[in-house]
Design a protein around this ligand. Sequence first.
Ligand code: PMP
Length: 408
Amino acid sequence: RPPFDINRVKGDFPILKERVNGKSLVWLDNAATTQKPKLVIDRISEFYEHENSNIHRAAHELAARATDAFEGARKKVQRFLNAGSPNEIIFVRGTTEGINLVAQSWGDQNLNAGDEIILSHLEHHANIVPWQLLAEKKGFKIRVIPVDDDGQIRLDEYGKLLNSKTKLVSFTHVSNALGTVTPAQTIINMAHTAGAKVLLDGAQSVSHMRVDVQQLNPDFFVFSGHKIFGPTGIGAVYGKEELLNQMQPWQGGGNMIKDVTFEHTEFHKAPGRFEAGTGNIADAVGLGAAIDYVSRIGMELINQYEHALLLYGTHLLRQVPGLRLIGTAPDKASVMSFVLDGYTNDEVGQALNKEGIAVRTGHHCAQPILRRFGVESTVRPSLAFYNTCADVDALVAVLHKLRSAKRR
Ligand code: PMP
């Protein structure tokens, strides 16, 4: 039983009333993107109807309203992550842009030939490719923490990779392909002991658990708004203020400067120095509304409920003959990746779609970790707090039907 009013929660999301192929939509593709509560949709409309202006630069009333709304959203992100100051929150397009910002700014300044950075085998392409692009230019080495057969980080191997050349450890909080929750606190503490900085990819964690950046203590934390019931095209980078102010801007333009001559430019401190040009003002405000929404329900309650639902789903999936779960770590969030004997993943996805059930099939932009398990792709249902046991039952019923069709 959910520890909050699940019918009310479901009612808050207009799209969940949608019908697909004559059936009620069952949205189990939350790891790809989450649906938006009415209040977020309304907040964006309200912005355009009553507050729209560019920010920070005019004397008129609407500029003040828009600036208040935008900076208010920054404070909401700050409080949500328990960052020490709103200056530590930079608005970006999403996780991908956030990691590219850190790579192009901090990475370009600090990583050189002879240095090493450490990633994990679980990483999304967004936390591999930006480092590869930079490594080709700068000549540093990328090392990879292996995982065990359940998809858990091998801490013993990680310890062996860390050395005085390690400048950065960049890893995911939750794997989008397997659902593994990584031992972030231990990984971060070990990195710091070795003198390395840490980037934590929170794309798959922020909507499922409470994140406290002062306690976890990563140097950078990045996430996408669209994965936490907010709009697409907006996300945030948390960075320690002192570190951010030592970093060169990665994009130049308006908004981020104190003074420009043709010879020289002086930049604002963070966050301004990393927000060149007109940003995604309305969607930042929408993200603030999404954060208010989940905070009112409470991340602890959400986590507790989803955990129970994940155990329920995993238990039922294990009873489907010929189904192989990929990713069996004891500590997981949201994701139940699998392959089904006798069917391609596309066929399973299509059969589910016929019943109105949305799941992702494919490589989930995490090819290295799927190959570690000998597959190129999986079927990936993923949960959010508006899902129910009935949603999981509907999923499992289709899988049983597919299997018995094969036996006949
Ligand atoms: N990292 C992880 C772990 C992810 O799951 C995703 C999104 N699938 C990303 C990074 C990239 O996020 P975005 O596409 O929103 O930039």
